[in-house]
Write a protein that binds this ligand. Structure first.
Ligand code: S3P
Length: 166
């Protein structure tokens, strides 16, 4: 059975929608950030602090590779998963859903978050989200089999939309 992978920016709702999908389809749910936390025993900001973004990206690629060895899972990924060409290549075997939400909505949903170092280390998180979106939106589009658009879209609607498209 094909793996289903959710991609998209921080605050797009990948984990929430992924969990909903997994429940409905009775599939196992995984999350690359959770897996990194599990393997290292520390949180994401700590990894950025000690190993930098590059160290984090290496761990992320290793985790993606091993989770995609599984069969028929639902996988939520970190917003930067599309940055590395080898990750994009790896995603070709999966059914990839891009959760595309406006930058304003991303900002609203991540404003109070303390565990997203790319935003907490930035003087202007909204501008940072905008710049990331401009760079990554074409990359998300490139790997996506399906694009789910929408601001504040209800989880149930999103999950039903995906299920009927599968
Ligand atoms: C990142 C997104 C985060 C996390 C890390 C880097 C990014 O995941 O992987 O902080 O580069 O956009 P979420 O998209 O789940 O917030």
């Amino acid at each position: 059975m094909q793996n289903i992978v959710l991609v998209g920016p921080m605050g797009a709702g990948k984990s929430t929608i992924g969990r909903g999908l997994a429940g409905l389809l009775r599939r196992a749910f995984h999350d690359t950030d959770d897996e990194i936390r599990k393997r290292t025993g520390v949180d994401i900001p700590t990894i950025f602090e000690y190993e930098g973004e590059e160290g984090f990206r290496q761990r992320e690629t290793a985790v993606l590779d091993s989770l995609l060895e599984k069969d028929g899972i639902i996988l939520a990924t970190g917003g930067g998963i599309v940055e590395r060409p080898e990750n994009r290549e790896r995603l070709k075997d999966a059914f990839v859903i891009y959760l595309r939400v406006p930058v304003e909505e991303q900002f609203r949903r991540t404003r109070r978050s303390r565990n997203r170092p790319l935003l907490t280390q930035s003087e202007d998180p909204r501008a940072r989200l905008q710049a990331l979106f401009e760079r990554r939106d074409p990359l998300y589009q490139q790997v996506a089999d399906m694009v789910l658009e929408g601001r504040g879209r209800r989880v149930r609607d999103a999950v039903n939309g995906v299920c009927s498209a599968l």
